[in-house]
Design a protein around this ligand. Structure first.
Ligand code: TLP
Length: 346
């Protein structure tokens, strides 16, 4: 590649091994459960998280929406973080298509939701109020800057959910980044959760697809939701073949992306005019200091035009740039980025 793309880890291309596996994949019609490669991916994902079943979906957004549609009835309420991806960046699909009311609670600086806020968000049994059905966590937390959420905290929320008759769903788009950050098996990060959606197409490099895991009955309902959303694919084994490699060969190297993000933040922090706001897992957020005589758009434009380095100002908060490291950004690229930013600012 003759460019360096830091806008997201969603920009990752499939690896050469994935392209080869895709070309050779055995396929069938997955709506008939006939695609052996999809079946394998679903079985492996379910086993990895100690759940009964799994369903291959087109995207992280579809995984979350299928989960919410399968868990909740129209008119019910789900408690979610006010900066959660489900609330902010998924077209309000839960409300738009599911008639599910989002009840938001503040996401704390450490990416957790306070148990007292969760408690206060549960509606009493009162005919004026929607029935509260579910609580959702996000790990790692995107808007919080890629912060990983601990296994202990997740267990606490799972116990809280159990005590209050609520379902716990985890948006684990980057659950393997959290696992790498803690040096833990990803399964321990979803202990007690009823469902988890995780993405194959971000740091793990598959070209498309996410997997939703949970109990068998729940997955049966989620498959119906996927169908209603037009997301049931036919010979999806060509995608699942890349997904299998993502699941089995790409998790262990995520720690390299975290190290690269750390090196990047360290290198950028030494450049006058750059203020690093946060660095967690594979995320770096920074701002330009007031002394810099350039708008963010001009800065980002100069990097793109002069150095083929892509960054984007972060839509969530004005004045910040969000960077993501991933498989296609190696040490050499990190050094090039630091040198280019230095050149643009001096
Ligand atoms: N996030 C994308 C954008 O939509 C913002 C990105 O570039 O980070 N959950 C989380 C925590 C996510 O970060 C994302 C994608 C999703 C779900 C949705 O996944 P896709 O894009 O596959 O629908």
């Amino acid at each position: 590649m003759n460019y360096i793309d830091l806008r997201s880890d969603t920009v990752t291309h499939p690896t050469p091994e994935m392209r080869e596996a895709m070309a050779n994949a055995q396929v069938g019609d997955d709506v008939y459960h006939d695609d052996p490669t999809v079946n394998q991916l679903e079985a492996d994902a379910a086993a990895m998280f100690g759940k009964e079943a799994a369903v291959f979906v087109t995207s992280g957004t579809q995984g979350n929406l299928c989960a919410l549609l399968a868990h909740c009835q129209r008119g019910e309420s789900a408690i979610i973080g006010d900066t959660s991806h489900i609330f902010r960046y998924e077209q309000g699909g839960m409300a738009q298509l599911g008639g599910i009311l989002p009840h938001t609670v503040p996401v704390q600086d450490d990416a957790t939701l306070r148990l007292s806020d969760l408690e206060a968000a549960i509606n009493p049994d009162d005919e004026h109020k929607p029935v509260t059905r579910l609580v959702a966590l996000e790990n790692t937390h995107n808007s919080a800057g890629g912060i990983p959420v601990s296994a202990d905290y997740t267990r606490l929320v799972a116990q809280f959910a159990r005590r209050n008759g609520l379902i716990l769903h985890i948006d684990g788009a980057r659950i393997f980044n959290a696992a790498a950050a803690f040096g833990l098996d990803a399964k321990s990060l979803v202990d007690g959760a009823d469902s988890l959606s995780f993405c194959l197409s971000k740091g793990l490099c598959a070209p498309a697809g996410s997997v939703l895991v949970g109990e068998r009955d729940f997955i049966r309902r989620a498959r119906r939701a996927r169908k209603a959303l037009g997301g049931s694919m036919r010979q999806a084994g060509v995608l699942a073949a890349a997904g299998l490699l993502a699941l089995h060969t790409m998790r262990d190297r995520l720690i390299d992306d975290h190290e690269n993000a750390q090196l990047l933040a360290e290198g950028l922090s030494e450049i006058p005019g750059i203020a690093i706001n946060s660095q967690h897992t594979n995320f770096v957020f920074f701002s330009l200091s007031a002394a810099v005589d350039m708008t963010l758009d001009e800065f980002v434009g100069a990097l793109r035009q002069e150095y083929n380095i892509y960054m984007s100002p972060y839509a969530g908060e004005q004045g910040q740039v969000r960077l993501r490291t991933h498989y296609w950004i190696d040490r050499e690229a990190i050094n090039k980025i630091i040198a280019a930013v230095n050149a643009v600012l001096t």
